[in-house]
Design a protein around this ligand. Structure first.
Ligand code: ADP
Ligand code: MN
Ligand code: MN
Ligand code: MN
Length: 432
């Protein structure tokens, strides 16, 4: 877990003091880190080389970890940028590293890059090049220093967004003057499930069996109620370090399931921050040897599914008279229910059953403080006459670019016909 954190102050100081030695890595160190298992076998295949975690001379510091935490800033201006993009399934995340000549403050200072789209299900083999456009940067909590994570979107060499690039359209919606004037805020609650490796069964659950029924686990503490807190907490700090606008975390109703919230974020930032936070979670679970699942209903039966509730407000919703604007937005949302559902994540029909704090997938509903509705409005919003709404429909595997873009489009840019509006006003049910 040590490499999650930034290099310790102590290590940085030590390196700075001994900075006369331009090459802190001696060949003696290397030969003790990389061992040949056996000379004869080593000749056959480089796979026979194994990296051993060895004790250092003073017997306290693991040498591989020492290298991972090495502060290179006294020796070079160069930094490492981890270019991150969304792969062919629309939910898998890919990344690769490159050296940049000096620290940067903005994504616009970074070069475009490319990758082999035929290996990610995003391009045919005979024309495999996909181009990465750097869009947002975050501090890298794994490498520390001036190193960065770069959220990218993907284009053909001719400059067309590829089909899995959902950011492009969202960015267009958010740069529409009508949308920008409404300063849309998003607070996204990302739920996720931790699985034991190889068995595809939640963390903390007996393999081949079930824990006791739901009830004690939500926000619970204790060895028999909370499974995976270190991962949730490591992720929380990694997000804060990276500059992600994370607003909180909690243990969920289903044991082994967790949530973190990001926001309120303005416009396209909501999507960028959620994707970067998901990437950090993939990396942390990788280090912990635990599998991350964003499946909306990982376990069938009387177990809660995993969603990605999206809290949303516009400037007019947050100002005096905002509740009327919220109700009009809900009316628009009711008229485009099917369109929204089809864009809210794969397998969501297994989750939106009308049970386990969800509304049924084929019926739109809204209510104040009601968690069994498609859209919930908080008590505070009702009392103050302004605030925000919570769209409870999105699944944990939704694409935040799609969901945030669609919410803004349906409530700010789209207008129903007067007839449809009148009919919908009679129809939409209010559950309080
Ligand atoms: P819940 O009660 O549904 O579990 P959470 O506390 O988990 O809600 O998440 C609520 C999210 O909504 C937070 O990320 C918060 O920052 C965000 N939020 C608060 N106010 C607004 C607003 N006016 N517009 C959009 N999002 C908001
Ligand atoms: Mn929540
Ligand atoms: Mn939740
Ligand atoms: Mn919620």
């Amino acid at each position: 877990m040590a490499q999650i954190l930034a290099p310790s102050a102590q290590w940085q100081m030590r390196m700075t003091k001994s900075s006369t030695d331009a090459s802190p890595l001696t060949s003696k160190m290397w030969s003790s880190v990389v061992l040949k298992q056996n000379k004869r076998h080593a000749l056959k295949s480089s796979a026979k080389f194994r990296v051993f975690a060895l004790q250092s001379d003073n017997g306290t510091v693991n040498r591989v970890e020492q290298l991972l935490n090495l502060d290179v800033t006294p020796y070079t201006d160069k930094i490492i940028a981890e270019y991150i993009w969304i792969g062919g399934t629309g939910i898998d995340m890919r990344s690769k590293s490159r050296t940049i000549s000096k620290p940067v403050k903005d994504a616009s200072e970074l070069p475009k890059w490319n990758y082999d789209g035929s290996s990610t299900g995003q391009a045919p083999g005979e024309d495999s090049e996909v181009i990465l456009y750097p869009q947002a940067i975050f501090k890298d909590p794994f490498r520390g220093g001036n190193n960065i994570l770069v959220i990218c979107d993907a284009y053909t060499p001719a400059g067309e967004p590829i089909p899995t690039n959902k950011r492009h359209k969202a960015a267009q919606i958010f740069s529409d003057p009508k949308v920008a004037a409404q300063v849309p805020w998003f607070g996204i609650e990302q739920e996720y499930t931790l699985l034991q490796p190889n068995v595809n069964w939640p963390l903390g659950w007996p393999v081949g069996g079930y824990p006791g029924p739901q009830g004690p686990y939500y926000c619970g503490a204790g060895a028999e109620k909370s499974f995976g807190r270190d991962i949730s907490d490591a992720h929380y700090k990694a997000c804060l370090y990276a500059g992600i606008n994370i607003s909180g975390t909690n243990g969920e109703v289903m044991p082994g399931q967790w949530e973190f919230q990001v926001g309120p974020s303005v416009g396209i930032e909501g999507g960028d921050h959620i994707w970067c936070a998901r990437y950090l979670l993939e990396r942390i679970t990788e280090q912990a040897g635990v599998v991350l699942s964003l499946d909306p209903k990982p376990i069938e039966g009387d177990w809660n599914g995993a969603g990605c509730h999206t809290n949303y407000s516009t400037l007019s919703m947050r100002e005096e008279g905002g509740f009327e604007v919220i109700k009009k937005a809900i009316l628009n949302l009711s008229l485009r229910h099917k369109e929204h559902i089809s864009a809210y994540g794969e397998g969501n029909e297994r989750r939106l059953t009308g049970k386990h704090e969800t509304a049924s997938i084929d019926q739109f509903s809204w209510g104040v403080a009601n968690r069994g509705c498609s859209i919930r409005v908080g008590r505070d919003t009702e009392k103050e006459g302004k605030g925000y709404l919570e769209d409870r429909r999105p699944a944990s595997n939704m694409d935040p670019y799609v969901v945030t873009g669609l919410l803004a489009e349906t409530t700010i840019l789209w207008e129903p016909t007067l007839e449809a509006e009148a009919l919908a006003a009679q129809k939409i049910s209010l559950k309080v």
